[in-house]
Design a protein around this ligand. Structure first.
Ligand SMILES: Cc1ncc(COP(=O)(O)O)c(C=O)c1O
Length: 379
């Protein structure tokens, strides 16, 4: 076999694969059952009409061939209607929406579509651990812009350097805040000043608490001229395993993603698209029920912790650990798995991300163990 291409060696260690391994090893040890708040994997699937649409479509004889390479028109129209009705954004479904197999794919493909070798991609710090992978494959350099906790985890983009692309993510994984006012407008200004593109990851757009309204980057004046938004079925509808997502916004960037798709994929199985349409166009009460569940679990965790918890959206809590308490201690001594903050960028050290996408019972057990762990180090 020939030499392994350098681009594979550039890939960082996959954070979640490594984390799953450590958690499984700890779970196998003697002790009370482990509570796993490490990984963000929706605990509840989509409402029944979605799986029914999948089954009804799969029962048809004429859907098993190759689906249209760039997606059914109806799938993209359904997302365009969502953007119009809920986020106040007009999108041309054919030119401004690309269908992709989950936004994790989009994270990588957008780096390939926006950066040449040696170009720079700017990430927020803290960032979602999968972000460095696309730049690594593209041969791009990474720089970070710090998110400032005292300013609602917003970056100072007026002072940020030029780059081929800037990734942002609100509601933020891991910081669990919605975009502070002015953040999206400053991203458009950054792009206009530097010529770089903005990629906004809206994976948790609908998972917002305390009566907040979902907020799209594309609703910002000028946004469509400079960037795109990734939109996922995974969190809004609990369809993470289905692998459907979208890239929406700037027509040139959408066309680049479609071009990659023309070569690397052959559409998405039609019954999956029919189910996505059913989710987007059908009753939406499951979304509010899902959000209420996460909000309830956030409150349970918050009540057990000594410091106030800021959690405006997503299904995570981003927690600064007190002196003497680490993710490792929580796992080994208190049987609570959390995602160690170190994986979320240089500023993540000393922090941990806790998932709310588990049962109420798991959160109650975790809350009691965390209260005990915090009290033990305070004593
Ligand atoms: C911030 C963020 N972006 C993207 C993704 C990937 O989502 P998808 O299931 O659409 O690939 C996740 C999944 O956890 C995420 O947390």
């Amino acid at each position: 076999m020939g030499r392994r291409p350098k681009r594979l060696d550039r890939l960082p260690q996959q954070y979640f694969v490594a984390l799953l391994g450590r958690v499984a090893a700890a779970a196998a040890k003697d002790g009370p059952p482990l509570v796993d708040l490490g990984r963000g994997n929706p605990e509840l699937g989509p409402p029944p009409h979605v799986a029914e649409a999948l089954a009804a479509s799969a029962a048809r004889p004429d859907v098993h061939g190759y689906a249209p390479i760039r997606g059914l028109a109806h799938t993209k129209e359904a997302l365009a209607a969502r953007y119009r009705d809920v986020y106040g954004v007009d999108l041309d479904p054919e030119r401004e929406i690309a269908l992709i197999p989950g936004t994790k794919t989009g994270i990588v493909e957008l780096a390939l579509a926006l950066a040449d070798e040696g170009d720079t991609i700017l990430l927020p710090d803290p960032y979602y651990p999968d972000y460095p992978s696309g730049p690594a494959l593209a041969g791009a350099r990474l720089e970070t812009v710090p998110l400032r906790p005292d300013e609602g985890w917003s970056p100072d983009l007026d002072a940020a350097p030029a780059a081929a692309a800037l990734y942002l993510n609100y509601p933020s994984n891991p910081c669990a805040v919605c975009a502070p006012p002015g953040t999206f407008a400053s991203a458009v200004r950054w792009a206009e000043r530097t010529g770089g593109a903005v990629v906004h990851d809206a994976a948790y757009i609908d998972i917002v608490f305390d009566g907040r309204a979902p907020q799209s980057f594309l609703a910002t004046p000028g946004a469509k001229n400079v960037g795109v938004e990734m939109w996922s079925m995974s969190k809004t509808y609990g369809m993470a395993g289905w692998r459907i997502g979208f890239v929406a916004g700037n027509a040139e960037i959408v066309e680049r993603i479609n071009t990659l798709n023309d070569h690397a994929r052959v559409g998405i199985f039609e019954p999956l698209q029919r189910a996505a349409i059913a989710a987007l166009e059908g009753p939406q009460d499951s979304v509010a029920a899902r959000v209420a569940g996460y909000e309830r679990r956030r409150d349970t965790l918050a009540a057990a912790l000594p410091e106030p918890v800021v959690c405006e959206g997503t299904f995570f809590v981003w927690l600064r650990l007190p002196e003497g308490l680490s993710a490792e201690t929580l796992l080994e001594e208190h049987r609570v798995a959390v995602a160690p903050g170190e994986g979320f960028g240089p500023s993540g050290a000393g922090w941990a991300r806790l998932s709310l996408a588990v049962s109420d019972e798991a959160i109650e057990t975790a809350a009691a163990r965390l209260a005990h762990a915090f009290a033990a180090v305070a004593a």
